[in-house]
Design a protein around this ligand. Sequence first.
Ligand code: ATP
Ligand code: MG
Length: 661
Amino acid sequence: MDAERVLAGLDPEQRAAAQAVRGPVCILAGAGTGKTRAITHRIAYAVRTEAIPPGQLLAVTFTARAAGELRGRLRTLGASGVQARTFHAAALRQLQYFAPRVLGGAMPDVLDNPLRLVANAAARLRMRAERAELRDLAAEIDWAKSVLATPDAYPQRAAAAGRETNAAPDEIAKLYAEYEQAKRRAGQIDFADLLLIMAGAMEELPDVAEEIRSRYRHFVVDEYQDVSPLQQRLLDAWLGERTDLCVVGDANQTIYSFAGATPDYLLGFRRRFPDAVVVRLHRDYRSTPQIVALANGVSRETGLVLTGQRADGPEPTFAEFDDEPAEAAHVAAQCRSLTENATPAAEIAVLFRVNAQSEVYEQALAEAGVAYVLRGGERFFDRPEIREARLLLRGAARAGEDSAEGLPDAVRGVLSSLGWYPDSAPPGGAARERWESLAALVTLADELRAADPNAHLAELVADLDQRANAQHAPTVQGVTLASLHSAKGLEWDAVFLVGLTDSTLPIQHATTPAQLAEERRLLYVGITRARERLALSWALARSPGQRRSRRPSRFLEGLRPASGPPVTTKKKRVKPEAEDAELFGRLRAWRKRQAEAQGVPPYVVFSDATLVAIADAHPQSPNGLAQISGVGPAKLTRYAAPVLEVIGGADPEAVDPVAVG
Ligand code: ATP
Ligand code: MG
């Protein structure tokens, strides 16, 4: 591609940014306005016109995924020699090369998880902390390092920043100091150290600084609103006295301030570089005008208004449900109908506030036969608290520790030995996620009990085993399940924003105006991920039959249709009509054998709802069967013959299970 063609794909403002090859440049613009596109084209243009040798350019961003995305786009534009890395990856490479000079020895071991060292340090200080609390303490130490606070400075900085922690600030300061010492003794460093060491080396050792600065002369930073003081310090060290820096960002998308990021550097860029070229973009190329209007509604206080450039699309939808399983079933059915109508699964995302919300969606999608990929979080059954809980539940089932009050009560009893109590969600990210994961188990118990009033612990344990097996099937192509945080910078044709209740978004522990503003920005980020279809939903209770005490997110006030609750759909508990009971029973018996032959849970073959529909409709041909919701093309090919046999009156025990490869 020649240089002019690179520019042809840009609008006049984007082009102005791309043609400003040298000097400080700042692109300040809303979501979907083509910031990432402008910088990739700017880099490609500079390389194509030979204004900058590709090897002298370093593009940085915040996640490995975003860096990969940058590299991919650069390759397409014919600028593959350019380095696109995260701050950490760039610092790691530099330290690997300079370790002998900077540290006087070999490259130290880089800890990819500081948890064990933090746990040891806590034990030495006789601090009592659960695993999830340790994770929060480790995150707190990382915050301190991101904002360049030493252990001594920590208590004061934490107070100024309004940090909410599980332990007293001076205890955390001691833990932080102890952790640093233990790490040094072990000859290890953590991720933050990579940046600290490289920045320090360039500040102290002129020859190292000079060598790095002669290698990299031009810098580009995407998502600059989420830079931390530590990352900024490294960037400043790279830059030295020079000004060849191009930053792009959107202050409305600052969603990592809890981890030390700040939009101040983005917003103060003009002050620091008075002669900077500042470009503002306002045309939104990503989303339909309907989605853009909603995004503008959410960000209205900030004064930034986007103008949608695309053709009209459907209005965003708002839906209220009685409980989470009903919400998830509805979303899964919609995903399914989208994939059956030519939207590839990879172009669909279900986004939520906390990872624990994923379980009910993992399950609903599996049940609806829709493949999914979980991003940026551990699959539900891989989480340590869920493994622990399953072990305990299995033990309790074996010991017959069922409760007279029923299954959910027995489960609550077992979980209380893990320190889990209803209505006691703790503060702190990881502790809260753990609490939510365990709460999801109680939801499963409630559901099982609603479906089968006689279910005991043993049935729950069997049910969990089946789910775990079904969900462990690895998938490559599927609907994305991701947290709002990990969706930044990405886009999909259809986006479902789920669980939008007032204690989840804003999250319960967000109370200060600053925290609430960050929660609102998360909603803005979520909405602006969608190109064409956007569905927002929430459930009034966690589990079926519980009191419907939740309220929709306050951020939706004035945005969702005002008149009454919008759509109320109730997930039907399957109860076949009496006249079909005989056929339904035989279909179930067939399904059971078929599922066993395949080694999968029955709902993977057909859901109960589908079997009821089949029994009701009594189809006589493959065509008739294909009309039934839940019978997709793949299932039709597989199961049409045996199902029609059973409908025709065959004894399910006499119908051989079909082989499924
Ligand atoms: P975010 O704030 O979410 O990171 P962004 O500002 O970086 O968004 P991009 O991802 O660069 O936006 O662009 C959003 C979408 O709009 C992409 O699909 C991109 O290809 C398209 N787009 C951007 N600019 C143009 C343009 N001038 N013409 C056509 N399509 C464009
Ligand atoms: Mg972007």
